[in-house]
Design a protein around this ligand. Structure first.
Ligand code: AMP
Ligand code: MG
Length: 491
């Protein structure tokens, strides 16, 4: 049996990129869960990581000799306000592992104690946000959405104090990298163009290696991030996901979803939905997400201008031309995804209007987002005015009117109903981590040290497209008294 062997290419960057920091040992490290599939992907010894040594690794009590733990420097716009120094205030990057496809993946402990960047915080995480991150990140991965992953969660045997006293925990996050828009901003705000260049070169080598022989690698980098983020936000919106804190420090260069704080999946469809308790003005509401992503990308462009061209005006013009492609790129990804959700193959004019009309009818009739799309596939063979989908709408006839148009569009593209249904159900999940279920998991763990609900929910939402007989209650929308209207940050 043997432990992981890390490398750390980030630690080879200049010293001002990070602060060397060891995790702070905890009283009683105990594993809640290890992600065996991910561990296999990373070539880890399952027996070793599932035992006592794994608990000590994933709680931060023992750092393997090969690791070079560091807390990363970054800045960021938080709700539109620039904060020149944020950084890993409760996380340390242990190092990188190569996965089975040869990709370098970061392994980071979060909740592992204070660092140089803690700004008075305790550097710790409570069990609730740790379990939420575990469940939601793994559900996102199973839904095929680029995301950081969760390798393990461990309890510390120590309390943390938030509004109340809560059990402490550490989550082990695996990411393509932890480079954020805010990492670029950290150096740009200090006028440190050499550091911005070193960071850009590192990001290109790591995420977009084809750009290294591009004539204009930095403009290419910006363009690649614009594309990746447009696709990502479209994918979120196609499953009703709301990130909740799209600050520039929570947006990656790799295009992975990162930082599961007050995120949530919508139940009833409403484009204005906001869950986050700290988002008073609805800045990060469901329907605002593409606009915010584009705003954040403009902040990234600002940091790259000195690298894009010597002449500032020329650099701005080049960056703007790339940024202007964001809306089209997003719309294309959203339209393609919506066509699949509606069982349509060819790209026809009017398809996006058909999709938008459905969303309008859903919003007016308080239809559940996930149930509606899943029910459409089940109803393919139902006659007009029949089937289950209509019952999800306050005024079923409004759905019927839309469904007549949809069926007319389907008729223009004949396909075996069974094949069409299979194609639809492969993109319209039955099981998402519904907020009321996540809250119940957190409550059982925090108040009764009962992790059985966590295990069950995790198992259900990591097979989102399968029927899973006996688990139907996890597909159901919350009863009125179960609805969760607010989610809270991990801080
Ligand atoms: P987040 O809300 O997790 O994206 O964190 C925003 C910033 O606050 C980051 O710089 C975090 O490292 C820092 N932070 C959040 N919670 C804590 C904590 N409990 N102790 C220290 N720093 C924290
Ligand atoms: Mg963050």
């Amino acid at each position: 049996m043997s432990g992981p062997v890390f490398s750390n290419s980030y630690a080879a960057l200049p010293e001002r990129f990070y602060v060397r920091t060891s995790p702070t040992p905890v009283r009683e490290p105990r594993l809640i869960h290890v992600n065996e599939d991910l561990a296999r992907e990373l070539g880890l010894d399952l027996q070793w990581i599932s035992g006592r040594e794994g608990a000590e690794l994933f709680a931060g009590n023992k750092v393997p000799e090969s690791a070079q733990p560091i807390a990363l420097a970054y800045a960021g716009h938080q709700f539109g306000q620039f904060v020149p120094q944020l950084g890993d205030g409760r996380a340390v990057l242990l190092g990188e592992l190569f996965d089975s496809s040869g990709r370098r993946r970061d392994v980071q402990l979060k909740g592992s104690g204070p660092t140089y960047f803690s700004r008075g915080g305790d550097g710790r995480a409570a069990i609730g946000p740790v379990l939420r991150e575990y469940i939601v990140s793994e559900a996102m991965a199973a839904l095929g959405i680029p995301t950081t992953r969760t390798l393990a969660a461990a309890t510390t045997g120590e309390p943390v104090y938030r509004e109340t006293r809560l059990p402490g925990a550490v989550v082990t996050r695996v990411a393509a990298s932890h480079i954020r828009i805010g990492t670029f901003q950290f150096f740009a705000a200090r006028g440190d163009t050499e550091a911005v260049r070193a960071l850009a070169d590192h990001a290109i080598a790591r995420h977009y290696p084809h750009l290294s022989d591009d004539g204009r690698p930095y403009l290419g980098l910006f363009s690649a991030v614009v594309s990746a983020q447009a696709d990502l936000v479209a994918k979120w919106m196609l499953v009703g996901f709301i990130h909740g804190v799209m600050n520039t420090d929570n947006m990656t260069i790799s295009g992975e979803t990162i930082d599961y704080g007050p995120c949530a999946f919508m139940d009833v469809f409403d484009p204005g939905t906001v869950f986050s308790s700290i988002d008073h003005f609805g800045r990060y509401a469901y329907a605002n997400q593409p606009y915010i992503a584009q705003w954040n990308l403009a902040r990234l462009a600002e940091t790259l201008l000195p690298l894009i061209a010597d002449d500032k005006n020329a650099a701005i013009a080049d960056a703007e031309a790339v940024l202007d492609q964001f809306p089209t790129r997003f719309e294309n990804a959203f339209r393609t995804g919506m066509r699949r959700k509606l069982g349509l193959e060819a790209d026809r004019q009017g398809d996006i209007a058909l999709a938008r009309n459905l969303l309008d009818v859903m919003a007016r009739n308080k239809a559940d987002f996930t149930l509606t799309f899943r029910a459409l596939g089940n109803d393919l063979e139902a006659a007009a005015g029949e089937g289950m989908t209509r019952s999800l709408f306050a005024v079923p006839e409004e759905f019927d009117a839309w469904a007549r148009e949809w069926r007319a569009r389907l008729a223009g593209e004949p396909m075996e109903p069974a094949a069409r249904k299979a194609a639809m159900q492969a993109v319209n999940p039955k099981y998402i981590p519904r907020n009321h279920r996540v809250e119940a998991v957190v409550e059982a763990a925090a108040e009764h040290s009962d992790f059985a609900p966590f295990e069950e929910l995790l198992s259900v939402v990591t097979k989102p497209f399968e029927e899973q007989p006996g688990m139907e209650r996890y597909a159901e929308a919350p009863a009125p008294d179960e609805r969760v209207l607010q989610t809270f940050c991990g801080t």
